[in-house]
Write a protein that binds this ligand. Structure first.
Ligand code: E4P
Length: 268
């Protein structure tokens, strides 16, 4: 190839110009598309799982405790039982009416009948008080029958006195809205209550049961942390446990030191 022959490999100026123009048009189109993608609501290919909410209920029928906890802005609901109501010295109906007027969240009220028919009758009356009323039903064969009937009627239930994952499976199948494993009472007899909660959470997750787990019979703040760590939906805590949750000796000492130092700051 002699000098100058390579010139014959070059494209004519016109073709090169046309190609550059085409490239520019393609680039513009691509930018347009990518701008559209950016501004549109992009749906991720892998959807993030919905975040679970951790709820705190107060386990009491004492309205003063309920008012105080409610004023802290952290209270999601209340659970009562016949023992807790008896401690107030007031009538059951009086307590429940006042509680629903304070807290806008699920309020568990327990039936005392032992037969399914009686449980359903009591439950229907209690449910009339307020939409937020949840009927606490003990886990027995009659309890299961009652839960089934009530769930078909759209009345919310809290299957109570749960001490095993087997019981939790049955109430979920019967359609309970909530199940309450009593961990403190299991700990009291030398069984690890929290293990029952872990099993229930795992089983419900495996099969997509919608029954929510309320960790009940809580004795101390560590129970709350363990319940949250294992993915339980709710803890229902006595007021003294709630007070312990907010308190820390270093917070108190820190406040004292800040105030002591503040007193030394010259005032105008
Ligand atoms: C739960 O709903 C029960 O009312 C409660 O947690 C029972 O707790 P206890 O074992 O301290 O009586």
């Amino acid at each position: 190839m002699t000098f100058g022959e390579e010139e014959s490999f070059k494209k004519p100026v016109k073709d090169t110009f046309e190609e550059e123009m085409k490239l520019e048009i393609i680039k513009d189109k691509m930018n347009e598309i990518s701008e559209k993608i950016d501004s549109s609501e992009k749906k991720p290919i892998v959807e993030k799982p919905e975040k679970k909410k951790f709820q705190i209920f107060l386990d009491t029928a004492d309205v003063e405790q309920i008012r105080e906890a409610h004023s802290w802005g952290i209270l999601d609901g209340v659970t009562t039982n016949p023992t807790l109501v008896s401690k107030t010295g007031r009538s059951f109906e009086e307590c429940i009416h006042e509680i629903v007027s304070i807290v806008d969240g699920p309020i568990s009220a327990e039936v005392v009948s032992l037969d399914a028919e009686g449980m359903v009758k009591e439950a229907r009356e209690l449910a009339k008080i307020h939409d937020n009323i949840v009927i606490k039903i003990p886990i027995t064969p009659d309890g299961l029958k009652a839960i089934k009937v009530l769930s078909q009627e759209g009345i919310k239930t809290n299957a109570t006195l749960c001490f095993s994952a087997n019981q939790a499976i049955l109430v979920a199948k019967a359609g309970a809205t909530y199940v309450s494993p009593f961990i403190g009472r299991l700990d009291d007899i030398g069984h690890e209550g929290m293990q029952v909660v872990r099993d229930i959470v795992q089983i419900y997750k495996n099969y997509g049961f919608e029954t929510k787990v309320i960790v009940a019979s809580i004795r101390h703040p560590l129970h709350v942390i363990d319940a949250a760590k294992c993915g339980a939906d709710i803890v229902t805590v006595p007021f003294d446990v709630l007070e312990k949750m907010v308190k820390h000796a270093l917070t108190d000492a820190g406040i004292k030191r800040f105030l002591d130092d503040w007193a030394k700051v010259p005032k105008k």
